[in-house]
Design a protein around this ligand. Structure first.
Ligand SMILES: Nc1ncnc2c1ncn2[C@@H]1O[C@H](COP(=O)(O)OP(=O)(O)O)[C@@H](O)[C@H]1O
Ligand SMILES: [Mg+2]
Length: 303
């Protein structure tokens, strides 16, 4: 299975939301990493055919379908897609169960089965998906009574209906607390086997350990595509631990150095800065091993 995005472009007036975007995706997790406004949702809306690109094409192929433009495939491609939008529309007076049923119907799930069999299969499928995101116990609650995190997991559950082979998740962990973030991250890692998963996020830790490939997006353009390890390696020799002297103060140091972290040693009260610099900023500085976050901050500046 493969999706090829070729030279996609989208402009809003003078704003170039997406510019000459090309990438091939095979099963595995791809992260679309970039700050707000970098074009992540625009790309996802184009892939899911909610938005027309000004230029460029998308091709799909698998063992049953030879390489073909997804617009020509139309409903056949959409049937393979699971999509969690950044701002999903949900009706507050629906129950969780009804909403899942409504989405299953929109997706035409098991449409070739006879009515009774179809109802049973849909019910089983909804139960499985709600169980996966730990919402089965609130299946009969109204959506308006759910917390933000629960709504987010419901949006994820509907994207997984019918075992789609291509899953598009737009900021799936937005609004979740740290524990829920980890749960969603582990769930995504589990469902990614044999499927293409594309996750948009501006949170490095959401994808650092689960994505096989990270697409860094800045102002609609790809800055880099590589694994987390490869991207981190680019910062080798550029990340420093800088112990703060008694007469130094943090804001003065921030004027001179790219400070990405401040750490206080509780035992002796010493403050250490994490600094990005091509050369050792001072004699006292010692090199640190770089992380993906260092690279993100290097590319995008302070956030
Ligand atoms: N409907 C729209 N009309 C005008 N500009 C838009 C519209 N949607 C997005 N944009 C602009 O396109 C750029 C990319 O936006 P978006 O794809 O939403 O980024 P992201 O999802 O990474 O935050 C931004 O500059 C945004 O302001
Ligand atoms: Mg977005």
């Amino acid at each position: 299975m493969k999706i090829s995005l070729e030279h996609l472009q989208k402009k809003y007036g003078k704003t170039c939301a997406l510019s000459d975007f090309s990438i091939d995706m095979s099963p595995g997790i791809y992260a679309l990493l970039g700050p707000n406004g970098s074009g992540k949702s625009t790309l996802m809306n184009i892939i899911t055919d909610n938005l027309k690109a000004d230029r460029g094409e998308i091709f799909y192929e698998d063992e049953n379908i030879p390489r073909e433009n997804v617009l020509t495939l139309g409903p056949r491609f959409r049937a393979l897609l699971g999509y969690m939008p950044q701002y999903p529309a949900m009706y507050g007076n629906f129950t969780v169960w009804d909403y899942m049923w409504y989405m299953a119907t929109l997706k035409d799930l098991y449409s070739s089965e006879k009515r009774r069999k179809r109802k049973q299969l849909i019910a089983e499928e909804i139960e499985k998906r709600l169980c996966e995101v730990e919402l089965l116990e609130v299946a009969h609650s109204k959506i308006s009574h759910l917390s933000g995190g629960m709504k987010q997991r419901l949006a994820l559950a509907q994207a997984l209906l019918g075992k789609p082979s291509v899953i598009i998740l737009d900021e799936p962990t937005a609004g979740l607390d740290p524990k829920q973030r980890i749960a969603v991250r582990n769930l995504i890692a589990r469902i990614a086997l044999d499927r293409i998963v594309l996750i948009a996020t501006h949170v490095v830790t959401d994808i650092e350990f689960i994505a096989k490939s990270i697409i860094l997006l800045k102002e609609g353009k790809i800055v880099d595509v590589a694994s987390a390890a490869e991207l981190s390696r680019k910062m080798e020799g550029k990340v420093w631990d800088l112990p703060l002297g008694a007469e130094d103060d943090v804001s003065a140091m921030e004027k001179n150095y790219r400070v990405v972290g401040i750490l206080k040693n509780e035992e002796n009260g010493n403050v250490h800065l994490r600094v990005l610099s091509n050369v050792a900023p001072t004699m006292q500085a010692t090199p640190l091993s770089p992380t993906l976050e260092d690279y993100y901050l290097f590319v995008f500046g302070k956030v």
